[in-house]
Write a protein that binds this ligand. Structure first.
Ligand SMILES: Cc1cc2nc3c(=O)[nH]c(=O)nc-3n(C[C@H](O)[C@H](O)[C@H](O)COP(=O)(O)OP(=O)(O)OC[C@H]3O[C@@H](n4cnc5c(N)ncnc54)[C@H](O)[C@@H]3O)c2cc1C
Ligand code: SF4
Length: 338
C-alpha cells in the first residue's frame, strides 16, 4: 500500500504547476478508463492524481476555420457523433465508434485515448500484487527485465516496427485515423506550449520500449488538430477483430483517397493492430497513387505495406490480413467519392 492524493485542476496552467510540485510519481487523469485499470493491475503506481477532466475550454470541438480542433478532454462519444465529423471525416468518427464500448466512450477522452498503453498480455499480467511481480518479464513494464512475448504467445503482437526488446502492438484506433489525416498534438508544459505532428508523438520500441511518447513528464495534452481536406469525405476506418464489437484490432486501416474518375490521385493510409506505433503506410500510398483502382491493385498496395514485416511464431497471419484490410478500405473509401 502507498498513499494517494488527488487534485482537481481548473486550468491547464494549474494542472502543469501541480504536476511540477508533485514530482515524477504524479499522473494526469481524464476519464480514468485506462489509468485506473493499470493501477489495479499494479502497473501504474502514482502517488498523486491530477484530475484534468473539468478544465474549462479543454472539451471544445471546433469545426470552423482551416483545421478541426478537438480539446483533449472532449469525450470520444461526443467527437464521434459531431455532425461535421460524421459526415465529412468518417474515418475519424468510425475509428472512435469501433473502439471500446458506448459506456467507455461516454467516459473516455480523446486525449486519454492517445496515451493508452499496450494490451500485450505479458505487460498486463504478472504485476498485479507484490507476490506476482516479475512472473512475466517485460521490458516495457520493467526496463531491462526481458520480453516474455519473444518466443511466447504472440498471436496479437506486432509485425511492423518491432525490436528485439518489444513487439507490443499500439492499441488505439483513434490515433491510427489521426495518423492518416496528418494530425498534430498540442501540449503545454513547464516550458510553455508546443505542437508536434502525430508521427513524432509515438516512439518505436528500439532498446527503450518503456519510453512510448515524445512528451516530457508533466506535459499536458491540450488539443488535437487535423488539417481540413476534401479527402476526408472519401475516407474510412476498417477494423478486423476477434469479435465484431468491444475488441481491439487484429488489423485495421484508416484510408482517405482523392480520385480522378477511377484513378487514385493520392491516398493516405495508416495501419493499426499490426505495428508498435500507429503506422503510416507510405509504401502502400506510393503503389496506389496514379493507378487505376482495381481490387488487385489495391491488394498490391496492401502487400507493399508489409514488405518489412517481421512476424513471430503465431502472428504471421497479420501480414495477409493487414494487406487485405488495406485493400478493402481503399475500395470502401473510393466508393465514397461518388
Ligand atoms: C474493456 C476496454 C476495451 C477497450 N477497447 C478499445 C478499443 O477497441 N480501441 C481503443 O482505441 N481503445 C479501447 N479501449 C481504451 C479506451 O479507449 C481508453 O481507455 C480511453 O480512450 C482512455 O481515455 P481516458 O480519458 O479514460 O484516459 P485516462 O485513463 O484518464 O488516461 C490515460 C492515460 O493518459 C494520460 N492522460 C489523460 N489525459 C491526459 C492529458 N490531457 N495530457 C496528458 N496525459 C493525459 C493519463 O495520465 C494516463 O496515463 C478500451 C478500454 C477498455 C477498458
Ligand atoms: S512485447 Fe513489449 S510489452 Fe509485451 S512482454 Fe515484451 S516488452 Fe513487455
Amino acid at each position: 500500500m502507498h498513499g494517494l492524493s488527488y487534485t482537481v485542476a481548473d486550468t491547464a496552467e494549474a494542472a502543469v504547476a501541480r504536476f511540477a510540485e508533485a514530482g515524477g510519481a504524479a499522473r494526469y487523469i481524464a476519464g480514468g478508463t485506462t489509468l485506473y485499470d493499470l493501477m489495479k493491475l499494479g502497473i501504474e503506481r502514482p502517488v498523486h492524481l491530477i484530475d484534468v477532466s473539468r478544465i474549462d475550454g479543454l472539451d471544445t470541438i471546433s469545426t470552423d476555420g482551416e483545421v478541426l480542433r478537438f480539446g483533449s478532454r472532449a469525450l470520444m462519444a461526443d467527437v464521434a457523433r459531431s455532425p461535421v465529423i460524421r459526415n465529412d471525416y468518417p474515418v475519424l468518427s468510425e475509428s472512435l465508434l469501433k473502439a471500446a464500448s458506448q459506456q467507455l466512450r461516454n467516459m473516455a477522452t480523446v486525449g486519454g485515448n492517445l496515451l493508452q498503453r499496450t494490451r500485450c498480455l505479458y505487460f498486463r499480467n504478472g504485476a498485479g500484487s507484490s507476490s506476482m511481480v516479475g512472473v512475466y518479464p517485460c521490458n516495457k513494464r520493467d526496463p531491462g527485465a526481458g520480453c516474455a512475448a519473444a518466443g511466447g504467445l504472440d498471436r496479437t503482437q506486432a509485425v511492423l516496427g518491432v525490436s528485439q526488446a518489444c513487439n507490443a502492438v499500439a492499441p488505439g484506433d483513434w490515433p491510427v485515423a489521426l495518423t492518416a489525416m496528418d494530425a498534430s498534438i498540442e501540449v503545454v508544459g513547464p516550458d510553455g506550449a508546443r505542437s508536434l505532428p502525430i508521427d513524432r508523438f509515438y516512439r518505436l520500441p528500439g532498446e527503450t520500449p518503456h519510453l512510448e511518447f515524445n512528451i516530457d513528464p508533466g506535459e499536458l495534452v491540450t488539443a488535437i488538430t487535423v488539417p481540413k481536406t476534401p479527402a476526408g469525405r472519401s475516407s474510412t476506418y476498417h477494423k478486423i477483430r476477434d469479435r465484431e464489437s468491444y475488441a481491439f484490432a487484429l488489423a485495421s486501416a484508416a484510408v482517405a483517397v482523392e480520385m480522378d474518375g477511377s484513378t487514385v490521385r493520392a491516398a493516405r493510409i495508416a495501419l493499426g493492430g499490426v505495428a508498435t506505433t500507429p503506422w503510416r503506410a507510405r509504401a502502400a500510398e506510393a503503389v496506389i497513387a496514379g493507378s487505376s483502382l482495381t481490387p488487385d491493385r489495391a491488394l498490391d498496395a496492401g502487400r507493399a505495406a508489409f514488405a518489412d514485416a517481421r512476424p513471430g511464431r503465431h502472428n504471421g497471419f497479420k501480414i495477409e490480413l493487414g494487406a487485405r484490410v488495406i485493400a478493402d478500405a481503399l475500395m470502401i473509401a473510393a466508393e465514397r467519392t461518388a
